[in-house]
Design a protein around this ligand. Structure first.
Ligand SMILES: Nc1nc2c(ncn2[C@@H]2O[C@H](COP(=O)(O)OP(=O)(O)OP(=O)(O)O)[C@@H](O)[C@H]2O)c(=O)[nH]1
Ligand SMILES: [Mg+2]
Length: 243
C-alpha cells in the first residue's frame, strides 16, 4: 500500500487533462502534504475546509472539479483510494479568496490563503478492520482537535444519502457548531425529479441544523460548482490568518 503521494501535484491553472471548458470558475490547488494522523498534519496557522464522506462518494473527484484538473487528487473506481489526510493549498491573490455577490473572486497565483483537506473515506468494506479503524481514528482525531478547521464539506452519493457515519458526522458538526455544506454528489446519475425528492428528504431531516446547507452536485458535470466555491470562499474569508 502506497504511503506517499508524490504524484499529487496539480497543474497550477488546472490546464491538465480534464479541465472544464471555457471560463468555469476554479481554484488553483497545489498538493502540500499527506498525513497519516493529526500529529503529522502541517502547522495549523491557515484555515482549512475538510472534505469528508463515505468511501467512493466522490470527495477526490469534487476536489478535481474544483481545480479543473483530474491530476489534483487520486480518483479510483476502487473504493478506499484515499488512505491519508491529503492537504492542498489554495493559491489566490493577496492571500485571500472572496465571495462577491454570489460570484467567487480568485485572482492571481501568489502563495495562498486557506487549504482544502481530502479525508480518507469511511466504510470501505474491503480494507482490513485494523486499517479501517486506523483511518477512522485519524479522521475523528482531526475533526475533533484541528483548531484551524473552519468548515466541513460532507460528500454523499445522492443515491445513498444519510448513512450511519454521515449521521454521526452531521451530529458532531451540529454539536460543534461547525458550518457544513452537504453535497448530494453524482446527481447526474438521477433524473431531475429524483434529485429534488432526495434534496427535500435530506433538507427536512436537517431542518433543525441551521449551520448545515445541502445542495445537489455533480463532480462529473460541475452542477452547482459555483455554490460550492461560494461556500469555500465565504468560510475561508471568515477566518483571519495568523501569518
Ligand atoms: N457519475 C458520477 N461519478 C462520479 C462522480 N463523482 C465521482 N464519481 C466516480 O465515483 C468513483 C469514486 O470517486 P472518488 O472521487 O475516488 O471517491 P472518494 O470519495 O474520494 O473515495 P475514497 O478515496 O475511497 O474515499 C470514481 O469512479 C469517480 O469517477 C459524479 O459526480 N458523477
Ligand atoms: Mg478519495
Amino acid at each position: 500500500m502506497s504511503k506517499t503521494r508524490a504524484d499529487h501535484t496539480s497543474s497550477p491553472n488546472g490546464s491538465g487533462h480534464g479541465s472544464p471548458k471555457g471560463d468555469a470558475p476554479r481554484l488553483t490547488l497545489s498538493f502540500l502534504t499527506s498525513a497519516p494522523d493529526l500529529a503529522a498534519c502541517p502547522a495549523d496557522n491557515t484555515p482549512e475546509v475538510a472534505f469528508a464522506g463515505r468511501s467512493n462518494a466522490g470527495k477526490s473527484s469534487v476536489l478535481n472539479r474544483l481545480s479543473g484538473s483530474r491530476q489534483t487528487a487520486k480518483v479510483s473506481k476502487t473504493p478506499g483510494r484515499t488512505q491519508l489526510l491529503n492537504f492542498f493549498s489554495i493559491k489566490a491573490a493577496g492571500g485571500t479568496i472572496k465571495a462577491a455577490g454570489g460570484a467567487v473572486e480568485v485572482r492571481g497565483d501568489t502563495p495562498g490563503y486557506g487549504r482544502l483537506v481530502d479525508l480518507p473515506g469511511y466504510g470501505y468494506a474491503k480494507a482490513g478492520r485494523v486499517e479501517q479503524a486506523r483511518w477512522q481514528a485519524a479522521v475523528n482525531e482531526y475533526l475533533s482537535h484541528r483548531d484551524n478547521l473552519v468548515a466541513l464539506v460532507l460528500v454523499m452519493d445522492i443515491r445513498h444519502p444519510l448513512q450511519a457515519y454521515d449521521l454521526e458526522i452531521i451530529d458532531w458538526a451540529t454539536d460543534s457548531e461547525l458550518p457544513m455544506l452537504i453535497l448530494l454528489n453524482k446527481a447526474d446519475k438521477l433524473k431531475y425529479g429524483a434529485q429534488q425528492r432526495t434534496l427535500q428528504t435530506v433538507c427536512s431531516r436537517l431542518r433543525n441544523s441551521p449551520l448545515i446547507r445541502t445542495i445537489t452536485f455533480s463532480a462529473t458535470t460541475g452542477l452547482n460548482l459555483p455554490e460550492l466555491l461560494d461556500f469555500l470562499a465565504t468560510r475561508l474569508a471568515s477566518d483571519t490568518p495568523d501569518q
